[in-house]
Design a protein around this ligand. Structure first.
Ligand SMILES: NC(=O)c1ccc[n+]([C@@H]2O[C@H](COP(=O)([O-])OP(=O)(O)OC[C@H]3O[C@@H](n4cnc5c(N)ncnc54)[C@H](OP(=O)(O)O)[C@@H]3O)[C@@H](O)[C@H]2O)c1
Length: 273
């Protein structure tokens, strides 16, 4: 089919659910060939691939644990075998132990590196080899890269390192015609958000939501739209940047409106004349 991404090949890690799934389907609906990756749930990933084909794109689903370097090689080998080349690599899969710093063991820290940082670098190395006509690399990060909050230390600092690698890759890969950028999400409604805020000792999600100026959690579509922008020609002159998609959460300073004015009341919107 013809579409904005007709002839383009995208590999998205962790695309059987959540943000990755939404992005895979959005690209496929515009004609892309997508490599759908998962670790455990084959049925979900196969469904995403089937839906991508129904929407008019091409798709394969590939089981690969990005924590395992051989898994990453297998994932890119599968993409190369099926499509021969690559235009977009989206480093999206993430996982960590949500624990207090004093409870983090060596194996938790090693795993955080192995799942959240190393796959971005190893994946980018493989992506460069397959991007024979330039390309785009986008990594998904989170507001834990910029802000500290309890039980997120095994992920937030690794996301900060991903954002740093984005800048380094942007400089080194520019000569290959490859732009490298990131999308940093705030509170995005997904399985992982419900899991994180369901942990014992976490602040109630409603209290955190009150600090978001736009007054709602983000959606997987909000995130996928920003990633899509960074994959598209509309961001051709951007590289090394990380866009923040958080409803204004990280720019708002305490005390928040709801803490000083209950309920939030704003003056009527001014009108002209
Ligand atoms: N949700 C939020 O509030 C939020 C906010 C900011 C940023 N983010 C970031 O957005 C990205 C996606 O998050 P999400 O909430 O959309 O995730 P999600 O709904 O929990 O889905 C996670 C996806 O990653 C896959 N996955 C997990 N570990 C993997 C591994 N080791 N190897 C390969 N695939 C693996 C899962 O496959 P299986 O099911 O088969 O394991 C699934 O497809 C992450 O980088 C996350 O940090 C999320």
């Amino acid at each position: 089919m013809s579409g904005k991404y007709s002839g383009k090949v995208a590999l998205i890690t962790g695309s059987s659910r959540g943000i990755g799934r939404h992005l895979a389907l959005a690209l496929a609906a515009e004609g892309a060939a997508v490599v759908v990756n998962y670790r455990r749930n084959a049925e979900l990933a196969d469904n995403v691939a089937a839906e991508a084909r129904r929407l008019g794109g091409q798709a394969i689903s590939v089981k690969a644990d990005v924590e395992d370097p051989d898994g990453i090689m297998g994932l890119f080998d599968a993409a190369a075998a099926e499509y021969g080349r690559l235009d977009y690599f989206v480093n999206n899969a993430a996982a960590a132990a949500f624990k207090k710093i004093v409870d983090l063991k060596v194996h938790h820290l090693d795993r955080s590196h192995a799942v959240n940082l190393r796959p971005f670098v190893l994946g980018a190395q493989e992506a460069v080899k397959l991007m024979d006509n330039g390309g785009r690399i986008v990594a998904v990060t989170s507001y834990g890269s910029m802000r500290g909050f309890a039980s997120y230390a095994a992920l937030g600092p690794y996301k900060a390192a991903v954002e740093s690698f984005i800048r380094y890759m942007a400089v080194e890969f520019a000569g290959y015609g490859i732009n490298v950028n990131g999308v940093n999400g705030g509170l995005i409604q997904s399985d992982s958000l419900d899991y994180f805020y369901g942990m014992p000792g976490m602040a109630p999600m409603e209290r955190v939501l009150e600090t978001i100026p736009l007054g709602r959690p983000g959606t997987v579509a909000d995130m996928a739209n920003a990633i899509e922008f960074l994959l598209s020609d509309k961001s051709a002159y951007m590289t090394g940047q990380t866009l923040v998609v958080d409803g204004g959460m990280t720019v708002a300073a305490a005390p928040y409106y709801h803490q000083v004015t209950e309920p939030l009341t704003l003056p009527d919107r001014p009108t002209r004349g």
